[in-house]
Design a binder for this molecule. Structure first.
Ligand code: VGL
Ligand code: ZN
Length: 205
C-alpha cells in the first residue's frame, strides 16, 4: 500500500492526449483506453475542488504530417487539426478553464512530448506549479515523453497508473515505459492514493 498524497498549492493535473483517435474505435485506438475516462473525470473534479490548475495536451497534426504512413511515418493518420478524431471526448468534461496545449502542429516535426515546441513549461512556471500528476495516452509514447521532459525540467512527477494506457506495439512497451519513467525519478501511484479530502478554505484564510 502506498501512502496517501495530499494535494497542495503548486500541484497541477496534466491530461495527455485523451482524444477520440486514441480511444477504441479511433484511427490509433489504444486498447482499453476508454476505461481511463471515469478515472480522469474523478481527478478533474478533485483538482477543480482544490482550485488547482488543469492542463490538457492534444496531438494536433496537419493533414500531411510527417508521422503519417503516407509521408513515410509509423502511424495511420490521426488527430488531424479540426477533425472529430482530434476532439476531446465529452465524457472527459474538461473544465473550460483547462489550459489546452497543442503539439505536433508542424508538418515536418513530430512531438510526443507536451513540452516540445509548446508553452507548457512557461504556463506551468507562471502558475507556480512544481508537482505534476500525469494521466492519459499513450503510456509508451506521449505520456512517457512528457513525463521524462517534465523531470528534466525539475518537476516532481506522479504518473497515475490507473489513468494511463499503452499502445504496446511490442508487448511490454507500456510496462517498460513505466519502469523507465520511475528510473528517471517519477513516482507511479494509483489515483486512489490521492487524498480525497478537501483542503478547508477557511483554515487557509
Ligand atoms: C501518440 C502516437 C502518435 C500519443 C501521438 O499521444 O501517445 N502516439 N502520436
Ligand atoms: Zn501523433
Amino acid at each position: 500500500m502506498s501512502e496517501s498524497i495530499t494535494l497542495q498549492p503548486g500541484d497541477a493535473l496534466v491530461v495527455v492526449d485523451v482524444q477520440y483517435d486514441f480511444l477504441p474505435g479511433g484511427s490509433l485506438g489504444v486498447p482499453g483506453a476508454d476505461a481511463i475516462l471515469p478515472v480522469l473525470r474523478r481527478c478533474l473534479d478533485l483538482f477543480q475542488q482544490h482550485r488547482l490548475p488543469v492542463f490538457a495536451t492534444r496531438d494536433w497534426h496537419p493533414p500531411d504530417h510527417c508521422s503519417f504512413r503516407e509521408q513515410g511515418g509509423p502511424w495511420p493518420p490521426h488527430c488531424v487539426q479540426g477533425s472529430r478524431g482530434a476532439e476531446f471526448p465529452p465524457e472527459l468534461e474538461l473544465p473550460s478553464r483547462a489550459y489546452i496545449v497543442s503539439k505536433g502542429t508542424e508538418r515536418d516535426r513530430d512531438a510526443y512530448s507536451g513540452f516540445q515546441d509548446t508553452e507548457l513549461h512557461a504556463r506551468l512556471r507562471e502558475r507556480g506549479v512544481r508537482r505534476l500528476f500525469v494521466g492519459g495516452l499513450a503510456t509508451d509514447y506521449c505520456v512517457r515523453a512528457t513525463v521524462l521532459d517534465a523531470l528534466e525540467r525539475g518537476y516532481s512527477v506522479y504518473v497515475l497508473i490507473d489513468a494511463v494506457r499503452a499502445v504496446d506495439v511490442q508487448p511490454g512497451d507500456g510496462k517498460r515505459a513505466l519502469e523507465e519513467m520511475q528510473a528517471a525519478g517519477a513516482q507511479c501511484i494509483s489515483t486512489g492514493s490521492i487524498c480525497q479530502e478537501r483542503i478547508s478554505q477557511e483554515r487557509q484564510a
